[in-house]
Structures are given as structure tokens and as C-alpha cells.
Design a protein. Structure first.
Ligand SMILES: Nc1ncnc2c1ncn2[C@@H]1O[C@H](COP(=O)(O)OP(=O)(O)OP(=O)(O)O)[C@@H](O)[C@H]1O
Ligand SMILES: Cc1ncsc1CCO
Ligand SMILES: [Mg+2]
Length: 246
């Protein structure tokens, strides 16, 4: 039965709205605005500094950390290393998005090294996911037409969403940041990942009812995240047990 997962997601959305968790994002420079707006619209509080000399203080103020590799340079790597170390010391959950690790061997190796430091969740698209060996104890989220979420042998497939989502750059990055927002509630990582993929997928369906293309879809998606209700998740969730493996 998957209905309990949808119910848990609906309750997590209620809790997120009550608590307004803080999420620190080391986000690529392309999509920061979309990700910050999406987090705020849903009810979380984003911050985005990645300067090495400040990042530990920002992680200290946050309830969860989202590490996205999309645009890397030496300073950002230094910031990521310090932020992940601080999250570990402070026992704050963190999520890894190995964005574009399929484009460069150096980035694949860096992503594998971060994965060995045990984020609670890894969120990747299919090409990125195929290059990484998942540790048994890290929740894996592979987005695409169907979003697949797995922890060891437990796996579900979520078929909510709309194809326009893939035509707006950064919606994958946003999905990871939303998962970090649910992790920030101290939710079990599998439930946090399910809640985030349902929230974005159901919001995308709503946004697509008014959008005329990717340009108008983007603000409609922000509005839909703002207006999304726990009841929308209960009613619209399309979750199946997934035997196919990731
Ligand atoms: N064909 C599709 N139909 C419906 N939804 C889709 C489709 N492809 C992707 N999505 C959704 O789009 C979002 C982005 O997923 P995708 O796998 O494209 O991430 P990504 O490549 O990392 O994106 P980005 O790097 O632009 O952030 C997810 O919410 C996913 O569910
Ligand atoms: C387009 C792009 N290039 C580096 S990061 C990024 C956004 C996430 O794909
Ligand atoms: Mg990506």
C-alpha cells in the first residue's frame, strides 16, 4: 500500500508550513533564484552563501544543507568541504545533487567522494545517477518522467508531474532543495524525498493548467508551490511500489 506514504507526505507539508525550516544551499550560479523562490513559496527559508570563510556559520544557522555541484571552482569546492564537515559535526541532514557529474571525470570523482561522506539523500537525473555507486544507507532519488526513490530494497515510483518541468532549467536542482527542506524537519530521509517529489510533481500539474510554455510555467510553478495543500497531495499522489530497481 502506498496511501500511507502520501498521507505522511501531506503531514510533512503541514509541518513544513508550521515550522518554516531553514535550508542552506550551496547552489550552482545558474538556478539560485528559481531554487530560492521555490523554497520560499513552499514555506521554507533559504540561504545561499558559499564563501568558504562564512559557510560554516550559515550551516550552523540552518536545519539542513543542500549541496549542488552545478558550477564548481576551487573556492566553491573549499566551501562545500567545510559545509559538509560542519553539517556532520552538528548532525544536520544534507543532500547531494551531483549536477553535471556526467560531463567531467573530475566532477564524477568529486561527487563519489562526497557520496562517501554519506548525505542523507542523493538526487540526480538519469545520466548522473548511472555513474555513481549508491551506498546502501543513502536514499537515492532519480528524477525523470517518473521519479524513483530507493533505500536498499525499498523503492517507489512517483508518476506525478508534467513534461514542461523538464523544459525549465533548474527544476531538478529545485527538487533536491525541496527534499532538503523536508529533511530539515527531521523526517526520515525516504519520507522527505517522497514528500518533495510529490510536492513538486503535483504543483507542476497545477502550473501546467495555465502555462503557455516554459516561460509562463516557471512563475505558475512558484504560485502552485505556494498554494499547494496537504489535501492536494492526498488527492493527486500517484505512487507505486517499484520492483524495477534503480
Ligand atoms: N518527461 C518528463 N515528464 C514529467 N516530468 C519530468 C520529465 N522529465 C523530468 N521531469 C521532472 O522535471 C524535474 C527535473 O528533472 P530532471 O531529471 O530533468 O533533472 P535535472 O536534469 O537535474 O534538471 P536541472 O539540471 O535542470 O535542474 C523533476 O521534477 C522531474 O520529475
Ligand atoms: C545549465 C547548468 N550548467 C551548470 S549548472 C546548470 C543548471 C542545472 O542543470
Ligand atoms: Mg541536474
Amino acid at each position: 500500500m502506498t496511501a500511507p506514504l502520501a498521507e505522511e507526505a501531506a503531514r510533512l507539508l503541514e509541518r513544513l508550513r508550521e515550522r518554516g525550516p531553514r535550508v542552506h544551499c550551496l547552489m550552482n550560479t545558474v538556478v539560485r533564484k528559481l531554487v530560492a523562490d521555490g523554497l520560499s513559496a513552499l514555506g521554507a527559508v533559504p540561504s545561499m552563501t558559499d564563501a568558504p570563510e562564512e559557510v560554516e556559520a550559515f550551516v550552523g544557522k540552518a536545519d539542513a544543507l543542500c549541496v549542488n555541484l552545478g558550477t564548481l571552482d576551487a573556492a566553491r569546492r573549499a566551501g562545500i568541504d567545510r559545509a559538509v564537515a560542519r553539517a556532520g559535526e552538528a548532525r544536520k541532514p544534507w543532500l547531494l545533487d551531483p549536477a553535471h557529474c556526467d560531463y567531467s571525470p573530475a566532477r564524477t570523482a568529486y561527487a563519489a567522494g562526497l557520496l562517501a561522506r554519506r548525505p542523507a539523500v542523493l538526487r540526480a537525473n538519469a545520466a548522473e545517477f548511472a555513474l555513481l555507486a549508491m551506498p546502501e544507507d543513502v536514499v537515492a532519488v532519480r528524477t525523470g518522467e517518473t521519479d524513483r526513490i530507493a533505500l536498499g530494497a525499498k523503492a517507489v515510483a512517483i508518476s506525478n508531474g508534467h513534461p514542461l518541468t523538464a523544459r525549465v532549467t533548474g527544476t531538478g536542482c529545485l527538487s533536491g532543495a525541496l527534499a532538503a527542506a523536508f529533511l530539515a524537519l527531521d523526517a526520515p530521509p525516504f519520507a522527505a524525498a517522497v514528500a518533495a517529489m510529490l510536492a513538486l510533481g503535483v504543483a507542476a500539474q497545477e502550473a501546467a493548467t495555465t502555462a503557455r510554455g516554459p516561460g509562463s510555467f516557471e512563475p505558475a510553478l512558484i504560485d502552485a508551490l505556494f498554494n499547494l495543500s496537504p489535501e492536494d497531495i492526498r488527492r493527486e499522489a500517484r505512487i507505486d511500489h517499484d520492483q524495477s530497481g534503480l
